[in-house]
Design a protein. Structure first.
Length: 461
């Protein structure tokens, strides 16, 4: 066996046919230990399951299994305590741990890699990691949904302007607006859980790509590692990274939803809108302008979609055009996924904090809801309902009344009955009942509509 310390020694793990050690640049481009050390826990779990299986089917002795298992456990402790020395010349987490195991238990360590390759090893470690991240994202989304539900419940009667084109459209309720995000985040959560179920297959045992001649028990390792079943095709097992792409896709869609809500928070908290008050905990001050309270957490959450979507594009691009089975290109899968997972976790936590703390400014929301002729549709609907007008004609009559109100600088409800009747003679006093924002939202009782009674059901549902 080659000596690691010798200056010209080839790699001790695979260096049998090499006389020279790699160039420093080769070592730098080849090494993944700088980032794949994050897979240490998964790597040890995988090795424990593999060793237990090898012993169970008689490929290694119980004695070797005990030594391997004990050694791996100690290594786990060293890593957890920050004592483990990660070596770049050993390339990656897999060889760093195996090398340390050999230092600890000697030759028995060399038996651990029987019927296994780094190709199925890394596929397993990464899958375990991504699967856990799906679970974390689902839990974090659950917390965000809870915070939104509290806002929605408190705000079923709170009237605010609903917008299209960021122009006032129709009055809606705060609760309804919050529930719109609940819908989005529930779909996001189901995307992570769907992806998690699809990736719930264990690639360990695919070995390099073709499977192995050793009598391994793939069901046993799959079960021990918490997977529903082993993967069905050994070539696919070591080639597939679509589980990571699915995670990044779900993360990207979720990040766009977070970004849209962030954008609304930024707009709503501006002095011009003044729809909400953000807590001190999720805002910052300015070093020059003493009056400022900036929505930095919302802005940063809005921006995170850039790196998350960027990660998806990165990995899609790495994977496209790769021939089967494993290519070293695939080592580039980890950093974008780690970065996206971290960014998503932080963005979800920040959004949950902001939503839990933000206060809707009820009076200001109501005032804004009444601006911009927001009940014009209610007037048109009244003409249809009470006078039997075709909606298109009612739209035209209402448009004429809006024009008059606009020219006079008043609201629709401020126009006298005479003025109303000058445009449509059959209009009666009763029309004024539908021109308030409260009446407007109360009338929108269709399934999924903004009426407090419907929103209350959505919150409870
Ligand atoms: N560090 C490698 C990766 O992240 C592990 C697999 C290496 N396999 C190999 N045949 N060189 O993909």
């Amino acid at each position: 066996m080659a000596d690691d310390k010798a200056p010209n020694a080839a790699n001790s793990m695979w260096g049998g046919r090499f006389a020279d050690r790699p160039d420093a640049i080769m070592e730098e481009i080849n090494a993944s230990i700088g980032f794949d050390r994050r897979l240490a826990t998964q790597d040890i779990r995988g090795s424990q399951a593999h060793a237990a299986m090898l012993a169970a089917v008689g490929i290694i002795s119980d004695e070797d299994h005990r030594a391997i298992s004990q050694g791996l456990e100690e290594i786990g402790g060293e890593i957890a305590r920050g004592e483990f020395v990660f070596r770049r010349d050993l390339e990656d987490i897999h060889m760093n741990i195996e090398n340390r195991l050999r230092e600890k238990i000697g030759d028995a360590a060399g038996r651990l890699h029987t019927a296994r390759s780094r190709n199925d090893q890394v596929a397993l470690d990464f899958r375990l990691w991504v699967k856990e991240q799906c679970e974390e994202a689902e839990a974090a989304l659950g917390r965000l949904i809870e915070a939104l539900l509290v806002q929605a419940k408190d705000g079923t009667e709170t009237v605010m302007p609903g917008f299209t084109h960021l122009q006032v459209a129709q009055p809606v309720t705060w609760g309804h607006h919050m529930m719109a995000y609940v819908e989005m985040f529930r779909r996001d959560r189901s995307r992570f859980s769907d992806a998690r179920l699809r990736m719930d297959e264990c690639p360990l045992g695919a070995a390099a790509l073709a499977g192995t001649g050793f009598p391994i028990d793939r069901d046993m390792t799959a079960r021990a590692l918490g997977f529903a079943q082993p993967t069905a095709n050994s070539i696919d097992s070591v080639s597939a990274r679509d589980f990571a792409l699915e995670f990044l896709s779900a993360a990207s869609i979720c990040a766009t939803h977070l970004s849209r809500l962030s954008e609304e928070i930024v707009i709503w908290s501006s002095a011009q809108f003044d729809f909400i008050t953000l807590s001190d905990k999720f805002t910052t001050g300015s070093s020059i302008m003493p009056q400022k309270k900036n929505p930095d957490a919302a802005e940063l959450t809005r921006a995170k979609v850039g790196r998350i979507l960027g990660s998806l594009v990165t990995l899609m691009t790495v994977m496209k055009g790769l021939p089967l089975a494993y290519s070293k290109d695939m080592q580039e899968d980890k950093e974008p996924v780690f970065d996206a997972a971290d960014a998503l976790a932080l963005a979800l936590a920040a959004m949950t904090g902001m939503v839990a703390d933000m206060q809707p400014n009820v009076a200001r929301l109501r005032e804004a809801a009444a601006q911009g002729f927001s009940t014009a549709t209610d007037l048109a609907d009244w003409l249809v309902r009470e006078l039997g007008m075709p909606f298109r004609d009612a739209h035209h009559v209402t448009g004429s009344l809006v024009k008059i109100a606009e020219d006079r600088g008043c609201d629709l409800a401020d126009l006298s009955l005479e003025t109303m009747q000058s445009v449509e003679g059959r209009i009666t006093q009763a029309v004024y009942d539908v021109l308030t924002v409260e009446a407007s939202v109360r009338s929108r009782v269709s399934y999924g509509g903004t009426a407090p009674v419907r929103v209350g059901e959505q919150v409870a549902g």
